[in-house]
Design a protein around this ligand. Structure first.
Ligand SMILES: [Mn+2]
Length: 356
């Protein structure tokens, strides 16, 4: 199948990946009109996909799936709201290729039987095509196809399970890949209720695919049932907890990560950024906001400093859930979700800069 046909079937115009009519309508029109003017959206978007091959800009991909989310959902709205913020902040150093088509009951095709897959294919595709149907499986195929053209891709989630779909093709193509993972949580459960590709298990699921566990560095951790020594001993990974950043400063943490990756011969990195790595004072519109986290400028500094030493080939920004309103949080002085979205567009712009 031609690459363009893969994209036309597995993707949809930016904002259309959440299957809704009324909710989010105004924001969707704003984003789509900013990108395509008043033309027919579907055909303008399809036409724009031809630029993927020739264009020099980095790619932006929306993954509006919270199908692998946990306690409080709503990260499916992250891509649309972050796009609006990027456009309003006049950040335009990317080419928006659209959203993954998300059926909101499906996580990964390996969890489905053939009969179910055939039924969904009939609903999704114009003809009888043997294409994936679940959000994470679609991510795998789309990223694999995009990497054929050596594109650098920033994906906007979605809950953190989307990394379980985005990362495998990056690792397959770059077996030496280092992963810089920002998060309040370790995401290192082997399974949760028997599911091994969800928001709490994706990192443990990815580890065996890395050249060594030292190809993973986790930053901003502070909410865990176990201590740092437990995780580092169990998986032989390195963690840099939020408290260490406060004590030692972000420069020192970045330098430690740089020497960790250098000692492993890492040359290329992927950055996975859960917005809850940031302190809840600055980013509470997320499923599990946590106090005592990184400040936005500290996270930016770590990204800048580490990315200056390695080639950043891909990134994701996940768990921004704009409709969440955490009652009783201490952040009432700052309006949400605007505060979180400001931080999200800052981080997104840093991740795009890291590609240069
Ligand atoms: Mn988290």
């Amino acid at each position: 199948m031609k690459e363009l046909d893969i994209f036309k079937n597995l993707l949809c115009p930016p904002g259309d990946g959440v299957f809704t009519v009324e909710t989010g309508k105004e924001k969707k029109s704003f984003v789509q009109n900013s990108l395509y003017g008043s033309n027919d959206i579907q055909s303008s978007w399809e036409k724009s996909l031809e630029q993927i091959q020739d264009g020099t800009k980095h790619l932006l991909l929306g993954v509006p799936s919270d199908n692998g989310g946990g306690i409080v959902r709503g990260a499916n709205w992250g891509p649309l709201f972050i796009r609006e913020s990027l456009i309003k902040s006049k950040i335009s150093s990317y080419f928006d290729i659209g959203d993954i088509r998300v059926v909101p009951h499906l996580l990964h095709d390996s969890y489905l039987n053939q009969e179910t897959i055939s039924k969904i294919r009939k609903a999704l595709f114009r003809e009888d095509l043997k294409l994936p149907v679940s959000a994470l499986s679609i991510c795998e195929m789309v990223i694999e196809t995009l990497l054929n053209s050596n594109k650098k891709i920033l994906s906007l989630g979605g809950d953190h399970s989307v990394s379980a779909g985005l990362l495998p093709p990056f690792i397959k193509k770059n077996p030496d890949l280092g992963i810089l993972h920002f998060d309040a949580h370790t995401d290192l459960l082997e399974e949760r209720l028997g599911i091994d590709k969800c928001f709490a298990t994706w990192a443990a699921n990815i580890l065996p695919h890395l050249k060594s566990p030292q190809h993973l560095a986790q930053v901003g951790i502070r909410r865990s049932g176990k201590e740092k020594a437990y995780w580092e001993e169990k998986y032989k990974i390195s963690q840099y907890w939020a408290e260490e950043t406060r004590i030692n400063g972000p420069e020192k943490i970045a330098d430690q990560i740089i020497s960790q990756f250098n000692s492993q011969g890492v040359t290329k990195i992927y950055i996975s950024f859960d917005i809850d790595a940031i302190d809840s004072e600055y980013a509470s519109a997320t499923g599990t906001p946590e106090e005592g986290g990184l400040r936005p400028h500290e996270a930016s500094l770590i990204i800048d400093r580490v990315a200056s030493q390695f080639e950043t080939i891909g990134a994701d920004l996940v768990e921004v859930a704009p409709f969440i309103n955490h009652y009783g949080s201490k952040t009432k002085s700052s309006p949400e979700p605007e505060t979180t979205l400001d931080v999200a567009s800052l981080i997104a712009s840093k991740l795009l800069e890291a590609f240069d």
